[in-house]
Design a protein around this ligand. Structure first.
Ligand SMILES: [Fe+2]
Length: 328
């Protein structure tokens, strides 16, 4: 296992086609704090976040995902990870300090599933707005929580993140043959920083942002409806069996999926036992029993190659036609 300390899921860069439309959705409707912007980027954060941003919207001709990023404990961890990934034969790319706004050098890698991931240790800090209740708007977004990714081989991803990167499993789903169908993995002591589920991949299914309470989730629906964004509400609000999350799934103007998320639990104890779910358990996806729309199972964001900038090739999952897969 690599001797590097990964702290948590920390930011994502989404390519979007119209910055003003994205600003209207993310800032004016959802209430993200706009830390900074230029003609090609908008840098957003939640109310409790003390770092410059947790979400970058980047102007592009096509919607896609440039990277999903993890914060590590120290700059030395980046060198350790670089040597580790190179020894594994994975493609890496350094982004030197100064090439991206507000962030130190970063290490990018195409992981074992083909996902573009990034590690960084340092980002500029800004005012934490947790108690500026006068600035609370829309969804009252507090912080980034997790990534959910569709991959071809969940067991391969699971083993790499657990055995090589030091993640822990909080909950997982198994099929009849006891193969891992989906897994929720964490470094910070919550249910997850990243989830992998069997699907056409590699793709990003959604980014989860944490809200302080279920009423903020419900209030978001009212605000979105008032602003004409009713059609952006894809699924929920509801309660997942898996993770216990109170959830709402939204589609942004480019189709990227955002989850508003509340209600998971502490996973810090070393003797915590991962929760196992059967694929056929009806309470796994939605505790209350209502079905998710087909688009939620079938649609996800394209991810890019860290070197070429081209879309990563996606492949059919082993069991794709058997059953919809993505859960949380
Ligand atoms: Fe999620």
């Amino acid at each position: 296992m690599v001797n590097a300390n990964i702290i948590r899921a920390a930011r994502a860069i989404l390519n979007v086609t119209n910055l003003e439309e994205s600003r209207r959705f993310y800032v004016h409707a959802l209430g993200f704090i706009e830390t900074d912007s230029d003609e090609n980027h908008i840098y957003l954060r939640g109310l409790e976040e003390h770092i410059h941003h947790s979400l970058v919207l980047k102007k592009s001709d096509h919607p896609s995902v440039e990277v999903i990023s993890y914060k590590v404990f120290s700059d030395d961890d980046l060198d350790t990870l670089s040597a580790f990934f190179s020894a594994k034969g994975l493609e890496i790319k350094w982004m030197e300090a100064g090439t991206q706004k507000a962030i130190g050098r970063t290490l990018r890698v195409q992981d074992v599933s083909g996902l573009p991931i990034e590690f960084f240790a340092e980002m500029e800090t800004v005012e934490r707005l947790l108690q500026r209740y006068d600035l609370y708007k829309g969804a009252r977004i507090q912080r980034i929580d997790h990534f959910n990714c569709a991959v071809k081989d969940v067991e391969k991803a699971y083993k790499f993140y657990i055995e090589e990167l030091g993640f822990s499993c909080s909950e997982y789903t198994t099929a009849e043959d006891d193969k891992i169908w989906a897994a929720w993995l964490h470094r910070k002591p919550t249910v997850h920083d990243v989830a992998f589920m069997n699907g056409v991949g590699p793709r990003l299914h959604h980014i989860g942002f944490w809200l302080s309470d279920p009423m903020s989730v419900i209030h978001t629906c009212d605000v979105l409806a008032s602003l004409g964004y009713g059609a952006s509400i894809e699924r929920g609000p509801g309660r997942h069996g898996l993770s216990n999350a109170f959830f709402l799934y939204l589609r942004d103007p480019d189709g990227h999926r955002i989850e508003l998320y509340n209600g998971d639990y502490l996973t810090s104890d070393p003797d915590f036992k991962p929760v196992r779910w059967d694929l056929d358990d009806p309470m796994r996806q939605t505790l209350w029993g209502h079905a998710a729309p087909d688009c939620w199972f079938n649609e996800a964001s394209t991810v890019l190659n860290i070197l070429s900038g081209e879309a990563e090739m996606i492949g059919d999952p082993i069991l794709e036609k058997k059953k919809p897969t993505i859960i949380n």
